[in-house]
Write a protein that binds this ligand. Structure first.
Ligand SMILES: *Cc1c(COP(=O)(O)O)cnc(C)c1O
Length: 235
């Protein structure tokens, strides 16, 4: 298949062209959208190949695999985003190694991340993951519980509360995709009345980045469109 044979440069150019087209359609500046390369189940060499041609932000889901890559690529000063499900007993390596966490969905996790963030590092940027729709995701706080969680996280000294993240159920039409992204955008607008510095909507993946950008995404998380198919395992 041509996509499997495509070079990292061709895939990066193609994703950037999709972002530019969607931004133009939305009347937004392309620079207002950060492309996060989701490198789960991809090798450090694959990340390095994209870093060589200008990709700076990468997202990881699985902790051990992530730490190995972050250490291997330490001298490149990349920006690392944790986007996986976070367990209470695994917060320390996340607080120590990542720049962003997108999947905070309860206060206990946030409190630990704040306590464990090293003092020599800047505050950890965090997004709260919201559960959109009943069966939507395993993680995420309900919209009803969101305001109280945001108020509590905003008090934590070593975190910088940045915005909201969602992983809506896969939809086959752009209209249905936009429905979920519009809902997250509405929740951010509501939250900004109490927390005006919130500036981040983390939403959109390989199959629905256009819909996400049309609804205001500021960070899109792109795996397969950027790297090709994922390996079955890193072992
Ligand atoms: C894997 C993953 C992505 C990327 O998905 P693709 O469909 O490969 O672009 C984005 N966000 C999260 C939270 C993921 O787990």
């Amino acid at each position: 298949m041509s996509t499997a044979a495509a070079s990292p440069a061709a895939r990066l150019a193609s994703v950037r062209a999709r972002i530019a087209a969607a931004a133009a359609q939305a009347g937004r500046a392309t620079e207002s959208i950060t492309l996060i390369g989701v490198s789960k189940l991809q090798t450090a060499a694959a990340v390095a190949a994209l870093a060589d041609i200008g990709q700076r932000d990468f997202g990881e889901n699985y902790l051990q695999e992530a730490i190995d890559k972050i250490e291997a690529l330490r001298d490149r000063a990349l920006t690392w985003h944790f986007i996986g499900q976070l367990q209470t007993n695994k917060t320390r390596p996340v607080a120590e190694n990542f720049d962003w966490v997108h999947t905070v969905d309860r206060l206990k996790i946030a409190t630990r991340l704040s306590e464990q963030r090293p003092f020599h590092a800047p505050p950890l940027s965090v997004c709260v993951q919201v559960k959109l729709g009943d069966e939507a995701t395993k993680g995420g706080v309900s919209p009803a519980e969101l305001p109280a969680l945001l108020d509590a996280i905003a008090m934590l000294p070593r975190l910088q509360l940045r915005g909201l993240m969602a992983l809506p159920p896969p939809e086959s039409t752009a209209l249905r995709q936009r429905h979920w992204f519009a809902e997250l955008r509405r929740l951010l607008e509501e939250a900004r009345q109490r927390h005006p510095t919130l500036d981040t909507l983390s939403m959109g993946m390989s199959n629905d980045l256009e819909a996400a950008i049309l609804e205001g995404a500021t960070q899109i998380r792109i795996g397969t469109a950027l790297f090709g198919e994922r390996l079955q395992s890193m072992a």
